[in-house]
Design a protein around this ligand. Structure first.
Ligand code: NAD
Length: 349
């Protein structure tokens, strides 16, 4: 099968012909329909310090935001018991939990399983024609769901999880970074009742998109003073919640310097290297609550994502700007690097 691999600790990926995987015990074989590119795939493409620390072994088939059709099962899989059948389209929860007796698994936080792995980082991922995943990681798509929508449920879940980690109803919010995930976070914050939403983003096209998705005010942090703009707009009250979705040390520091005392912070963006923070001044004496966000609550967040799509009418495909065949991956990742695209889909077939 065609598969996109990271083979060395240098920038880039390579397309190879490799053997298709066979489903092991409790796994299903999926025929990949589409995989969308995540900002985290870009860390692997560039191979920064975080990628080097986080990925244990190469070669690795990369990619994780995906959906596929169930075509085969390994031993121990009883599809009908899980209300699934051969031919069903499923999204994939990328945090591969073991359901073990570790404290997070026992306490409803399977996404933090201490022996868990992440698809496309620790185990071969989805930029390939075929993919095996534990059947427990499959989320059935409702009848008629477009495969791109099914693939985008995973990142939309990151956004929903970021928004739901602290109370946001009626609160004034700053979102730093309006890449595809920041844009989804704006839509989720709007849907979950946020008050005024400020968005700080370097790229003009993305600031424009942010306004289209429900931001009240956008800031260009290169040419405007974030603190002064928000101070002026809020008559000195500033903002209650910082949702950091850029992975930029500068953006985090700008946000922390301006948030109100007692505010809360959700960190979703991944920083390419160690972060410098003025903890005393900007966190401790401000009495902030800081939440790290990884993945999604399994399956709470997925239910909220489905409600956002099917009941509240949010179409994540609005964020898709480009589609490519897997062979055109270089074009796709160069576009990602420029930071001007929305979501990009790679079709393996
Ligand atoms: P992206 O790289 O497309 O978007 C980041 C955006 O931040 C860009 O638009 C960039 O212009 C903007 N930005 C950079 N510096 C800025 C600054 N100083 N001020 C304001 N904006 C700034 O990535 P994405 O796909 O939108 O993902 C966002 C982040 O979320 C990435 O770091 C990704 O690795 C991370 N992520 C985390 C998880 C998790 O589970 N924690 C899951 C998926 C993605």
């Amino acid at each position: 099968m065609k598969a996109l691999l990271k083979t060395s600790k240098n920038p880039g990926f390579d397309l190879f012909d490799i053997d298709a995987p066979s489903p092991k015990e409790n796994e299903v074989l999926l025929k990949t329909q589409v995989s969308t590119i995540c900002g985290s795939d870009l860390h692997l493409w560039e191979w920064n310090q975080w990628a080097d620390d986080f990925v244990p072994r190469l070669p690795l088939v990369v990619g994780h935001e995906t959906c596929g059709e169930i075509v085969d099962c390994g031993s121990g899989v009883n599809l009908s018991k899980l209300n699934l059948k051969i031919g069903d389209l499923v999204s994939v929860e990328t945090h591969l939990f073991s359901g073990c007796s570790c404290s997070p698994c026992k306490n409803g936080k399977k996404h933090l399983c201490s022996s868990g792995e992440i698809l496309g980082f620790h185990k071969n991922g989805s930029f390939a024609e075929w993919l095996t995943v534990p059947v427990d990681n499959c989320w059935k798509a409702r009848e008629g769901t477009d495969p791109v929508t099914a693939s985008l449920k995973e990142p939309l879940g990151n956004a929903v999880q970021t928004v739901m980690t602290q109370p946001i109803e009626g609160k004034t919010i700053l979102i730093t970074g309006a890449g595809p995930l920041g844009l989804m976070t704006i839509a989720a914050a709007r849907a979950f009742g946020a008050g005024k939403i400020f968005v700080s983003e370097l790229q003009a096209e993305r600031r424009e998109k942010a306004l289209g998705l429900g931001a009240d005010h956008v800031i260009d942090p290169k040419n405007q003073n974030l603190h002064s703009v928000i101070e002026d707009q809020t008559k000195g009250k500033m903002f209650d919640v910082l949702l950091e979705i850029s992975g930029s040390n500068q953006a985090l520091n700008d946000g922390l310097a301006s948030i109100s005392n007692g505010g809360s912070v959700a960190l979703l963006g991944l920083f390419p290297s160690t972060v410098n923070l003025s903890l005393n001044e900007n966190v401790i004496f401000k009495g902030l609550t800081i939440n790290g966000i990884t993945g999604r609550l399994i399956w709470d967040t997925w239910n909220h994502v489905d409600s956002l799509i099917y009941e509240k009418g949010f179409d994540p495909k609005k964020l898709l700007t480009h589609s490519f065949k897997i062979e055109e991956y270089e074009k796709a990742f160069h576009l990602m690097e420029k930071g001007v695209s929305g979501k990009i889909a790679l079709f393996p077939g």
